[in-house]
Design a protein. Structure first.
Length: 659
């Protein structure tokens, strides 16, 4: 039974995901800001501390919470190490603070406070009991002053010295501890800020007509580093099934030389733990991962938990698949699409525990071979509890591991996948094409509870998705979508070389699939083409790396324009003072101009101040002032500005410069 003398209420704790069921997310070096409603009956003063620790540690670390008004309290704590942290709140009626508060009012009213000082002496004496020797001596000395009301007693009562001593030693009578211990998942900085580059290894051979290898991919690492990407993502590298192998453009008939879809995993050469023989060996994977690290690139592999009809699992673990009444195994479908070359796992099998353990071991296997980043195919078609189990097991052993959820599905499903442990998540960015759509969506991602656990990754294209605007928008649209993805979100990715070479031919009118899709055939890419976007991609990624403002999402602020074809927004970083303003012309065909309204006070700029904007794409420098400034963007020259906002500073030598 709760002690009836415990009078403090703690509620409205934020952040708190599903009543503490799931962890909020941070990266090493960040802090966690915690707020709560903390109050009591009557007029007594309340005190509170935020407690935090590494999960598994015995002792708590405490930091005082401060009132921010209307019974709302706040405190922050740092997260230094990878893994799990946890936090909670303790609050109590603070007799000492209540006494000081009342004493100040009585003194202001010029009342006799002799008795009040004696009451204070009792409170201070109680605190001295059990305190450290030095603190106890100081407290007893001050208590004696108060009790005898000697000269200086009032000053001693209201001194900072006594307040500090009482905070350390005061009795927390009838303290209330919040009824939940809330978790924090701490990841590596790459989880918050990353640029992904996807390519098909089999399309990297130097000679036309040959099958590329992992060693060929290694040869391309300088190119990928030049582009500025820090994660290289490879679609499945496993043996590919032969039964029902798909032909070019997803046809159901294949020829003897058709390579099939890499997502039809498994064949006589092995399954999810093996490498397609034409790509290389497990040693080649380890070698590629190590070589990538020398270029400051992390290797990411695709995790697709499904099997071809030729996968060893089909023979050794037939109960892991769902049989149809005619005895055949149910292949994958997304009506009207049919994937005869893929068998989905049946997660309702009676042997589900063995299935879970085996698939977890698959990920562990690749971790043991040097891989720490995984893009997970269609996670929304597997149970949430399974992912919570797998990710929890892997991150307990390899806490730096990153899991990217490829789930273009319903919002609540995408959010749940993030809650159960996925580090980053695909989003609806690909289909948000107007200013109001982007502003509405980004506001949801950065201003709602989602920001605590859902890390968006923006992709202008993928091997599965060639959006209509890229089909018809030409080079200006490719650049505009690149800039939007790379500056709106701190994490983004492209499917290349299709993106930098502006691959835009659809399978058919009204379809978002590529003609001659690399999913079903080996492609030959000319990376030296003069129209390649490699230079602009490299510039954008260098800008991202050199500007801390673009390495976070929580400071995103949209700014009004008088032209709906122009979208304008800033990001800022308080620690470095970095401010970046991005303006994009959403119309790939026509020059658009208009006035941009900046909330300059929010950026720390006075309305009378002249400030410089340096175009990091085009190189121009412009002096702006006030709230409204004019811009004009010709999409055929450059459809976007990425401005570094540099404030004017007057020095002691009485001349101006910009910083």
């Amino acid at each position: 039974m709760t002690d009836g003398r415990s009078r403090v209420v703690i509620e409205g704790v934020r952040p708190e995901i599903n009543c503490g069921q799931f962890a909020i997310k941070r990266v090493t070096g960040e802090s966690v800001a915690v707020e709560a409603d903390i109050y009591t009956d009557g007029h007594d003063e309340v005190a509170a501390v935020l407690r935090y620790r590494r999960a598994g540690d015995r002792d708590w670390i405490e930091t005082p919470m401060e009132s921010i008004g209307n019974d709302r309290w706040r405190a922050t704590f740092p997260v230094v190490d990878l893994g799990l942290y946890e936090y909670t709140i303790v609050g109590w009626v603070d007799r000492f603070r209540t006494w000081v508060h009342d004493l100040e009012k009585r003194i202001a009213a010029k009342q006799d406070v002799a008795v009040d000082l004696r009451i204070g002496a009792q409170i201070v004496t109680a605190a001295a009991k059990g305190s450290k020797r030095a603190d106890g001596t100081q407290l007893r000395r001050i208590a004696k002053q108060l009790d005898k009301n000697v000269e200086g007693a009032v000053d001693a009562a209201l001194s900072a010295e006594l307040a500090e001593l009482m905070w350390r030693c005061g009795k927390r009578e009838y303290a209330v501890t919040y009824d939940k211990v809330l978790p924090v998942r701490v990841d590596s900085p790459l989880a918050r800020f990353s640029a992904w580059y996807e390519l098909f290894p089999r399309s990297t051979a130097q000679k036309a007509g040959e099958h590329g290898t992992l060693r060929d991919v290694e040869r391309l690492l300088p190119y990928i580093a030049e582009l500025g990407f820090d994660i290289l993502y490879l679609p499945p590298i496993h043996p590919i099934g032969r039964q029902f192998r798909k032909g070019p453009n997803n046809t159901t008939e294949s020829g003897p030389d058709d390579p099939g879809s890499p997502w039809a995993i498994g064949g006589p050469e092995g399954g999810h733990r093996d490498v397609h023989p034409q790509l290389g060996t497990l040693e080649d994977v380890r070698h590629l991962a190590e070589a990538a690290r020398t270029h400051e690139i992390a290797l990411a592999l695709d995790i697709a938990f499904q099997a071809s009809p030729d996968h060893p699992y089909v023979t050794t673990n037939a109960t892991w698949f769902r049989a149809r009444p005619d005895g055949t195994i149910q292949y994958a479908e997304n009506p009207p699409k049919k994937y005869q070359d893929i068998y989905p796992f049946d997660f309702e099998t009676d042997d589900w525990q063995a299935l879970w353990n085996e698939l977890t071991d698959v990920v562990r296997h690749w971790c043991q071979h040097g891989v720490r980043v995984f893009r997970v195919d269609n996670p929304h078609t597997k149970p949430f509890a399974f992912w919570e189990f797998l990710i929890g097991k892997i991150k307990a052993e390899y806490p730096e591991t990153i899991f990217l959820s490829e789930a273009f599905t319903r919002p609540k499903v995408m959010a749940r996948l993030a809650k159960v442990g996925f580090t980053q998540s695909y989003t609806y960015f690909t289909w948000r094409t107007t200013r109001w759509e982007l502003e509405e969506y980004l506001t949801e991602l950065t201003r709602s509870e989602l920001q605590e656990y859902f890390r968006p990754s923006f992709w202008p294209n993928t091997p599965d998705i060639l959006p209509e605007h890229l089909q018809y928008g030409g080079r200006p649209m490719f650049i505009a979508r690149l800039v939007l993805a790379a500056t709106l979100s701190s994490s983004y990715g492209i499917y290349g070389p299709a993106f930098e070479l502006q691959e835009h031919e659809p399978l058919a009118v009204g379809r978002e699939e590529y003609l001659n899709s690399e999913k079903y055939e080996i492609r030959r890419w000319d990376l030296e083409r003069r129209d390649s976007l490699r230079e602009i991609i490299g510039i954008v990624n260098r800008v991202r790396r050199s500007h801390p403002a673009l390495q976070r999402n929580d400071t995103l602020q949209f700014h009004p324009t008088d032209n709906d074809q122009l979208i304008a927004y800033t990001k800022s970083d308080a620690e470095s003072g970095d401010i970046v303003l991005t303006i994009v012309n959403m119309d790939p065909h026509h020059t658009q101009s208009g006035w941009v309204d900046l909330q300059i006070h929010d950026l720390g700029i006075d309305e009378s101040e002249v400030y410089q904007v340096h175009d990091l794409l085009g190189g121009g420098h412009y002096l702006w002032s006030g709230y409204r400034n004019f811009v004009m963007l010709d999409p055929h020259a450059m459809p976007a500005h990425i401005f570094h906002v540099r404030r004017q500073v007057r020095t002691e030598h009485d001349f101006d410069y910009f910083m």
